[in-house]
Design a binder for this molecule. Structure first.
Ligand code: GRF
Length: 201
């Protein structure tokens, strides 16, 4: 007889501002039985963000973030309020999936080494916005996507995993971005599978 210790299932909260295709890929991996994590909260600073609809449809709690003052970050008060909700949700890991603001001290201090992000380039190359367009403009032959821990910089945190995507002759910003997103949809669930099985170090 083999004894398998019971590991409590990792609880994730997802933060996003966009269409939510990475969250969809994570949910698909959970529903297919490949990924054993529990999504406990979806939060967005955009009222009609895809991740809120996806979560609503599955009965996952959601929260809307209202930031009246800033566009590229949350004010300390608003981010502290978000931290309270994330802590109340019991989330072990905060998964940024297209969250378009910098993360500041309240969130970083509440979840040290427990916030991850996916970025559409092979970091440290092409941090910031529209990284696939930066890659095309630079004329590189290979780009890709990166999952990394989040720190106070823009796409500067420790790299966890990367996946390469070749730039093909005739690629446009749209075709390249679409292939990078396909790679993202494989890589993000893979990283979560690893964390769920081995813990986060
Ligand atoms: C992804 O391309 C990710 O790399 C970047 O934001 C985008 C989010 O897309 N950080 P989606 O909302 O998951 O579809």
């Amino acid at each position: 007889m083999q004894y398998t210790p019971l590991m409590p299932q990792l609880k994730i909260a997802v933060l996003g501002s966009g269409k939510g295709s990475n969250f969809r890929a994570i949910l698909s991996a959970i529903m297919a039985g490949h990924l054993r994590v529990t999504p406990v909260l979806a939060a967005s600073d955009v009222a009609d963000a895809g991740i809120l609809t996806l979560a609503d449809n599955l009965g996952i709690p959601t929260t809307a973030i209202h930031e009246p003052k800033y566009r590229t970050r949350l004010s300390t008060e608003v981010e502290s309020g978000l931290v309270e909700q994330l802590q109340a949700s019991g989330a072990d890991l905060i998964v940024l999936a297209g969250y378009m603001r910098l993360v500041k001290a309240p969130l970083l201090e509440a979840f040290p080494r427990r916030i991850i992000n996916i970025h559409p380039s092979l970091l440290p190359a092409f941090p910031g916005l529209e990284a696939w367009k930066q890659a095309l403009a630079a004329g590189v032959k290979t780009t890709g996507c990166t999952v990394h821990f989040v720190d106070s910089g823009m796409d500067t945190g420790e790299i966890i995993a990367q996946s390469e995507v070749q730039v093909l002759p005739g690629d446009t910003a749209e075709t390249l971005h679409a292939r990078i997103q396909e790679a993202e949809h494989r890589l993000y669930p893979e990283v979560l599978v690893r964390f769920a099985k081995q813990g986060i170090f």
